[in-house]
Design a protein around this ligand. Structure first.
Ligand SMILES: Cc1ncc(C[n+]2csc(CCOP(=O)(O)OP(=O)(O)O)c2C)c(N)n1
Ligand SMILES: [Mg+2]
Length: 357
């Protein structure tokens, strides 16, 4: 079993990728960061109810999603916004869900940041920790039965490695050699519980050994290293070689969610250390060292990302809420007499303000 140590890289392993590809990855990382900036503020302003920032984990998420094919399944937790952006989900769709407005594919019924994008094979977000892990194993086995050469990738955190579903998912995948990638973002914290209290295992990657397949630890703030690890795991899975557990070592630079204040449980020194390893800065510096990016071009990319987010907010924010009558339409394939009765009772009592066509 291969359990590899974190490679001591400094953004340099992205050198294997061409400059235009690395700039595309940088743009996506900046788009995610720009969305975080506004998402946090929109919540504080009372314009959306809740937000989950990615900040610090952009290298892991963008590097992983960029190494996949559009047909590969994504089984996310609640922090996978940069994965969705990399898959090509438009900002307006992400924001529609955050606002729960008329164009929200979840029809305003989900908590903000709990996305589902069927056409992008981005499966409905799992909020209970770890439940997405067996989902991915099932999807991977189903795809194999159908003869599709795809993988299912599931995203979860260090905390999720202590869940029952982590064990059952990895064990089942090992036994059946499912074409699945278990992508663990070890961001050092499970809300206020530090990695040191999560497990006595030396690494999270080594847990794969017990299940009989490779576990790889990778520098999660090095987008190129993550990309390479995921490409390798994908190639193995589609060739019939079974699953891989990837531990991307990274850091959540922001709060757990807008409902959290990390100053209560972690030190400013720790945050400063990880800020010096910021995946965006590392890619920027690597490109600058090669004279492939100037400060001005970087600023333009950042401002461009901020402008894209601002334009999407302007487009989505004024939209009315979804028609409440949709509540009665897709519970079952046909409305039962009971549903008709409830619908009529609702119409008799409910304000119709949300029903602008
Ligand atoms: C089954 C279950 N138990 C507890 C919670 C509450 N909870 C929400 S997030 C979280 C921590 C998860 O940490 P980690 O897996 O490291 O992911 P991260 O938030 O760091 O990305 C917990 C315990 C939950 N959502 N589901
Ligand atoms: Mg965590």
């Amino acid at each position: 079993m291969s359990v590899q140590a974190v490679p001591a890289t400094s953004g340099d392993s992205a050198e294997g990728l061409s400059v235009p590809v690395r700039k595309r990855l940088l743009r996506l990382m900046l788009l995610s960061r720009a969305l975080d900036e506004r998402g946090m503020t929109l919540q504080r302003q009372g314009r959306i109810g809740f937000y989950v920032p990615v900040e610090g984990q952009e290298g892991a998420q963008v590097g992983c999603a960029a190494a996949l094919e559009p047909e590969d399944w994504l089984c996310p937790g609640y922090r996978e916004t940069a994965v969705a952006l990399t898959r090509g989900v438009p900002l307006t769709l992400l924001l529609s869900q955050l606002y729960g407005g008329r164009t929200d594919l979840c029809l305003g019924r989900q908590m903000p940041n709990h996305f589902a994008f069927r056409q992008y094979r981005f499966v409905s977000t799992s909020s209970p920790i770890g439940t997405q892990i067996p989902h991915a194993v099932g999807l991977a086995l189903a795809a194999r039965l159908k003869g599709e050469k795809v993988v299912a990738v599931t995203f979860f955190g260090d905390g999720a490695t202590s869940s029952n579903d982590f064990h059952s998912g990895l064990n089942f995948a090992g036994v059946y050699k499912a074409p699945v990638i278990f992508f663990c973002q070890n961001n050092q914290w499970a809300i206020s519980l530090p990695r040191s209290k999560q497990t006595r295992s030396e690494t999270l990657a080594q847990k794969a050994e017990a299940y009989g397949f490779p576990g790889v630890q990778v520098d999660g703030n090095d987008v190129g290293a993550v990309y390479a690890a995921v490409k390798e795991a994908r190639a193995r899975a589609t060739a019939g070689g079974g699953p891989t557990l990837i531990e991307a070592v990274t850091y959540r630079m922001g709060p757990h969610t807008t409902s959290d204040d990390p100053r209560r449980y972690r030190s400013p020194e720790e945050l400063a250390l990880w800020k010096s390893r910021d995946p965006v800065e590392r890619l920027k510096e690597a490109l600058e060292k090669e004279h492939a990016l100037s400060e001005e071009e970087f600023d333009q990319l950042l401002e461009g990302a901020r402008a894209e987010v601002a334009a999407a907010i302007q487009e989505v924010e004024p939209l009315p809420p979804p028609d409440p009558l949709t509540l009665f339409d897709d519970t079952l394939s046909r409305r039962t007499p009971q549903l008709e009765e409830q619908r009529a009772a609702f119409l008799a009592e409910a304000p119709v303000s949300g029903r602008k066509e």
